[in-house]
Design a protein around this ligand. Sequence first.
Ligand code: ADP
Ligand code: MG
Ligand code: MG
Length: 892
Amino acid sequence: MQQYVFDFSQGSKDDRDLLGGKGANLAEMTSLGLPVPPGFTISTEACRAYLATGSEPDGLADEVERNLADLEMRMGKRLGDPSDPLLVSVRSGAKFSMPGMMDTVLNVGLTDSSVSGLAGKAGDERFAWDSYRRLIQMFGNTVLGIDAEHFDKAMDAVKRDRGVEADVDLDAADLRGLVDEFKAVVRRECDEEFPQEPRRQLDLAIRAVFDSWNTERARIYRRQERIADDLGTAVNIVAMVFGNLGPDSGTGVAFTRDPATGEQGIYGDYLPNAQGEDVVAGIRNTLPLADLERLDKTSYDQLLGFMETLERHYRDLCDIEFTIERGKLWMLQTRVGKRTAAAAFRIAGQLVDEGLIDEDEALSRVTGAQLAQLMFPQFDPAAERTPIARGMAASPGAAVGRAAFDSATAVAWADAGEDVILVRRETNPDDLRGMVASRGVLTSRGGKTSHAAVVARGMGRTCVVGVEALRVDPRAREFATPDGVRVAEGDVISIDGGTGEVIVGEVAVVPSAVSDALGGEPLPDDVDDARRQVVDAVLRFMRHADERRRLGVRANADTGEDARRARTLGAGGIGLCRTEHMFLGSRRKVVERIILARTDEQREAGLDELRPLQRADFAEILEAMDGLPVTIRLLDPPLHEFLPDLTDLSVKVAVAEATGQRDHESADLLAEVQRLHEQNPMLGMRGVRLGLVVPGLFQLQVRAIAEAAAELRGRRLDPRPQIMVPLVAAVQELEAIRDMAESTVAEVAAETGLELRFPIGTMIELPRAAMTAHQIAQAAEFFSFGTNDLTQTTWGFSRDDVEATFFPAYLERGVFGVSPFESIDAEGVGRLVSIAAWEGKETRQDLELGVCGEHGGDPDSIHFFESIKLDYVSCSPFRVPVARLEAGRAAL
Ligand code: ADP
Ligand code: MG
Ligand code: MG
């Protein structure tokens, strides 16, 4: 027979799957000998069975009955007994903590008859009626589904009547009257009486806790926190202890270290003569925990002792709920506490110093996401700020600047030395230059994987998206809030990428000491101890991660400057050097001439013009990464990016014709551009296709690479370029380029008298390439998985378009829990990657395998790439430390 119910003496902290976090830790504290009120836990399995069928599984009722009888025996009282009632709490508790998301009911077992028994035994009328009104209130709200407002209103009316502020000022008679009011609310709202049978109260409360797993807020919370929807919650039935029994009673929360800063000390809040949620509900002002020493020194000292026991036992920061009933301390909950990023690093460092954990354990407790937060500048915590709106925190940091409503303005102001925040409804690739020029990006639409969010994260720009309250009017060059706050172009605003807040005016910013330190800069002398400890811990765990990790970490960098920065941040090379930006700007015209050339001479002239420029581009990057691999991707973007805009050109020709001045040159150009026009440029003439069709283009690039390398070798440097061909679908494409590249390199070798040989490989970004990896590896010395394009081509949707259309609905329906552009879709896209990696290695044992693209800097994806044993990941320079840390954690 399946066991669904477990006494607190039967479990341990390792049973969170079965007993939920709260139940497992109550069991653990019980076996540690701490004073936990007796009780038992109904397992998550029972909840799952209930949720699947809509009714309690067979045998559950009997088991509850048996455990309850046992509890009654131990307590020497019976549930709801009119003369001396046992009361219990019915508490939710899932495997992962979901604060405030699910339900708990206290004082179950109180009825019209047992309330006087409770009063008599406690010798306190007031206390008994206070407990009863709390039961009706909580039960009414969570079990019967009555809006809390109805009870609050009745409560406020009584307080007003009596002329008192706080509920502690109500006396027994007031509370007795309030109970009548509350019962009337139940009658009115549900057409039935508040249940008077204790056991029925218990069963209904258990059922309500099961049901609370699927409330809307719980589901939304789980989606955000990536908690699985099918875990279910456990239910804990705990004998009540009472903090509302007068001034020598009370309830509180405590932390073994400060969860905000990691500082060691006594942190927490205490509220005399109160029960349960009163502390967090903000009903009355709480006292700092340290005041308890004065009120009840015995309990205080005991609590400190228990806190020490728990921290040593869990070897981590614990948070604790406790209640004092007439001078007797009871422990009601503990768990390893949530903490800020700074506290996470600092506490892990302290615990290693104290010998409680080793460095492996410490590394497992700090995350790349936390590190990323610490690397951004922050708003000065002491600075005053009043947000006018809040959106999604898309890319962390603190940014202050003048609002600019289009890319050109942002660029112009930035060139003039101004700090700018680019404000758009949403961004698209045309905003790129404006985003680069800005300190931060603010949009009123889009989610965490919108263009703005993805690009800003990649560039390390602060970004807040989806601030739906803002009406952004790019034409009027202003935005407004519903409360009528207007911000015009040029006004200074501040945005907080950690909280999503938007603030009018300037908030003071402090630079990130962590970032400086990771870049090799010494800490300033005046830095305080707290920050110094955080920085020390970061550097220490970073060293440890580097020792542990198997995965290499390279950077995506297209300029010498980015390459140098990446190197100081610990990149072991460049995994993706894009060359397209080298062909834009003033050079675009030359490329246009090459593509549209009618004669070989015209084309040659264009190519000759570009070669020295390309050589210099490559020399700078190879020099910055001297001695390390630099994977250079040959030209990739679609053709139309290098041609004049079709619409502009059509207008020009039409206008010329209308005015009778025939412009032959433009008309011919138009015909050519029309001929080359594509409906789906991203699936068109780009990458290797462009390279094969336009003679000389790829050759020019290979020659420039070889010449740059030769030049550096002449200066006794050690350049290590790798030539990467994009968008290959068939081995034949790669073979053709390889032949050309090899003979070009051989030519340069002959001209310079140097021995030159560079690895040639390909991106794997099309499903066909992945599925023919066996063949492709015959012509490739390395694969680099272009997981952005591979995700688009595998799912068949375009990253630039989906965010605004069906992604929200897909996330809502759980088609995916997280956008596949943010974290690799391990089951689909990831499977292609692992098949291709495996089959590629079968053909060529020493095939080098890497990943470039967004996923290379994403923690979950990095763990996946470690699991399939790729050689390296490559990400934006700014993410390199994050990737190093996560690669280390993945190897543990
Ligand atoms: P949450 O998970 O929202 O914190 P809990 O189940 O911990 O909900 O309970 C809510 C409050 O009631 C907490 O302050 C808790 O300490 C208190 N509480 C729960 N069970 C008991 C009990 N048996 N006796 C006294 N107080 C209790
Ligand atoms: Mg709690
Ligand atoms: Mg691509």
